[in-house]
Design a protein around this ligand. Structure first.
Ligand code: COI
Length: 360
């Protein structure tokens, strides 16, 4: 499909923020956005890059009432030889199509979405931070736009992509590897098998806010979720998948239907195996985590995610006790994964997996 491009007049362009940690995460948005409409019977149509703008929609639009909304998170990097790289964008669009199926939304026209992403990045090239560890965060989103109050899947949808220059997700130093403290809550649960946990939909994040709020009040950056059936096994952290180094093996919870299949999770598993590490995808109980941290069998805990990249965990709070992981600093495997993953993302290291796409 051919994509129309309307460039924002110079006078309406926004000032570029400074490329410092003050940039934060998701505070600034570029000058343009990509949009595309879907109508039952006609399919995806009218792909366009337009100046960043408010959405106009009917107050009865179904996304506002029954939560038919899905999104993705990916990054675009300014790397070697001043080129612009995307990291596994096709995998994000494919995951979005799987989320769409779970919420009875139309699967994406993934090729047009990718071309739209490239056109948007071309229009907003000046918004890509020219700094290692910083990136242009890309937020593809799909919402139901039919105006109707009956509970049923919508017949009309809007797909759009926003771009936001970002530093690290957690406020921290430029090396991005300050460790974060996490909090286990056994009162609230994020998702249950058969629910929407493995889809990337807004409702999962809404369901996480009460626990996230409690964690924040108690001084913790994120919540470590337990499975909702047995309240026993760890699933994922607020915005990340979770990894443990147990007796020298890398261990992560298996994708059991209620865990988000993270692209960074998959990349770390494949990178670690490629480097000769043993990786186990198996259930890990919170009892094993606490006893392993106390005994020293667990030498590292870290989260993985597009926004969070690799975030070492320094402390885990459970049942009123706070446990420090090893020396409370980032460990060697987290540091190696961070360096090697970013090396590939910025085009500085060989990419034996074919993960990087040159966008510009
Ligand atoms: C991402 O890592 O891209 C996410 O979607 C997490 C986000 C909710 C901040």
């Amino acid at each position: 499909m051919s994509i129309s491009v309307t460039i924002c007049p110079d006078a309406q362009r926004k000032p570029i923020p400074e490329w410092t940690q003050g940039l934060g995460f998701g505070k600034y948005f570029s000058d343009h956005m990509f949009m595309m409409d879907y109508e039952e019977g006609a399919g995806w149509k009218n792909p366009r890059v337009v100046p960043y703008q408010n959405l106009v929609m009917d107050p009865a639009a179904m996304c506002l009432h029954y939560g038919q909304e899905i999104f993705e998170g990916m990054k675009v990097y300014r790397g070697e030889r001043d080129r612009v790289y995307g990291f596994r964008p096709q995998d994000n669009f494919a995951r979005m199509s799987r989320s769409a199926q779970r919420l009875v939304m139309p699967t994406l026209d993934e090729e047009t979405a990718f071309q739209g992403l490239c056109e948007l990045v071309r229009a907003d090239e000046r918004w890509i931070p020219p700094k290692h560890g910083y990136a242009l965060y890309i937020r593809p989103t799909m919402i139901a736009t039919d105006a109707a109050l009956g509970v049923r899947p919508s017949n009309k949808y809007l797909f759009f992509i926003l771009a936001s220059p970002v530093a690290s997700y957690y406020p921290q130093s430029d090396d991005n590897l300050n460790a974060v403290k996490i909090y286990v809550n056994d009162k609230y649960f994020r998702a249950v098998r058969g629910g929407t946990g493995e889809a990337k939909c807004a409702g999962n994040y809404a369901a996480s806010l009460a626990s996230q709020w409690e964690a924040k009040q108690a001084g913790y950056a994120q919540v470590l979720w337990l499975d909702a059936l047995e309240r026993r096994n760890v699933e994922e952290v607020g915005t990340m998948n979770i990894f443990f180094v147990i007796d020298g093996r890398l261990v992560t919870s298996p994708l059991n239907g209620s865990i988000l299949p993270g692209i960074t999770r998959d990349s770390v598993i494949r990178l670690a195996r490629h480097q000769g590490l043993t990786v186990d995808e198996r259930p890990v109980s919170i009892a094993e985590v606490i006893s392993g941290v106390v005994s020293g069998a667990i030498t590292e805990v870290f989260g993985t995610g597009t926004a969070a990249v690799i975030s070492p965990v320094s402390h885990i709070a459970f049942c009123g006790h706070e446990h420090q992981v090893a020396n409370g600093q980032s460990g060697p495997i987290a540091r190696r994964m961070y360096t090697d993953l970013l090396g590939i993302q910025y085009g500085r290291r060989e990419d034996p997996f074919g993960w990087t796409s040159v966008i510009l």
